[in-house]
Ligand binder design. Sequence first.
Ligand code: ADP
Ligand code: MG
Length: 519
Amino acid sequence: MTMSTNLGWPSEPDPAPEHRRLGWLARRLGVSRETGAEDDAHTDAAHTDAADSGAHGVTVGDSPLVATTSASDEHVFRSSSFEAATPAAAEPERVDEEASYAPEPGIAGDGSDAEGASATDETGSEGPTSLTSADPAARAEPGDSAQPAQLSEVVGKEPDPTHRGEQHSESAAPVENAVDDAGRFGGSERENPQDGAGDNVVDESLDAARQLVDHADREALVAALPTPGSDTPLARELAENARRRIQLTGRPFPKPVSPRVLTVANQKGGVGKTTTTVNIAAALAQAGLSVLVIDLDPQGNASTALGIDHHAEVPSIYDVLVDGTPLLEVVQPCSTVENLHCAPATIDLAGAEIELVSLVARESRLQKAITAAADQGHAYDYILIDCPPSLGLLTVNAMVAASEVFIPIQCEYYALEGLSQLLKNIDLVKRHLNPALHVSTILLTMYDGRTRLSAQVADEVREHFPEQVLRTTVPRSVRVSEAPSFGETVMTYDPASSGALAYLEAAGELADRGAAGQA
Ligand code: ADP
Ligand code: MG
């Protein structure tokens, strides 16, 4: 196989129409590809391996984040009419990306993100994440000897060994010739009748069909990317990021079945609440959803990160909670991301915990403000509430206003300490104030693929909360921590970085769950 090191199609004298279309998509997404039948031979061989080993997306050292075409999707693609081509059908089962690769020496990728470890390596013991050594043993850090043996006690729940088994039970399915698929769908697109334009049903069908074609194009591009060998971890990571970018960039996220209000809570400070709130919100908004961030932390970090003015005189969430100002009067648009709004927090909010104590219905003031805004006809698809690192009245207001709790957990040993207290508080609020409240989503943040500790904490959390933990983990990333100082989220500051890709991917999971009514 010859390696293509530029972004174009230098060696193809007369590319077929579907190839030209893929070339355009590749250039738009900024990735290189390879051509030829050898790719098919490699993918086929890899599929046999995948099928033999029964590997799956959430297993050791794999990437659950890169979708390939599964057998069921293949069936949908071959047999679908446009009516059947729903966004859900267009979203493939995520299977083992490693298994679908054939080992191939060399380098591919655009080199735009060489920082940090991959978000996709969940164990740190294998896979393409290490930039420093391909030898798993070399990644052990001196501090790794601290085994989180008591984590089960911290959470107060026995691990259920069946969950990981369930995750393994889904079988990896083969990728067929993706370029051929793209050609087939290209044909469908061209044959699609236009005479029903203006009719909503037809428009929806067309949209669904376009999504399917777009999906097929992306799959074809992913299949066409070369796979560097395990002796070149940096190249593997670059290729991996290129694949993820192809899969994710520009994909519209489905609207939730009903508007979702999520409280991003964890009474531990510095675990990534604010970072998660603003980046997930930005990713959802960029994917076409209407999103509001409510900054409920007196430090106003979320407001800063979104570039929202929040000096003392600015109307803020304090006015909403304490003075009963309508929520929409304090909401400001985010200048860097369309569809994204923020109710800022000013320093006044620091006194609100005390001032709220003497007010009527002190626990449900935020909830009333949100309901009143919705009654005025202003419904956001997503409202994310960034909580302070405490379990006081502000957090209680957030929990009464939301039906879902989104807990970011830092992949550190102490991360789970205090989680039982948080769960107890959620339970209290659920019993006395908000029966709908539940922990719907957990995101592992600041994952360091080079340490065993990160992997162990991640495994432990997944064992306790198999339904809630998102497959995506957010890696430690310099870009993520730099972004707020520019008044931006990493989604606009460096959209190609591993941190931005991880947040985009996590937001996609969140949106897919919401659309499937699983939240
Ligand atoms: P919290 O809101 O829970 O207190 P923050 O979101 O403010 O936590 O994060 C704490 C610090 O960690 C911030 O300086 C932030 O920039 C940094 N941080 C958060 N997530 C990441 C990440 N994935 N990689 C690197 N730094 C991160
Ligand atoms: Mg914060």
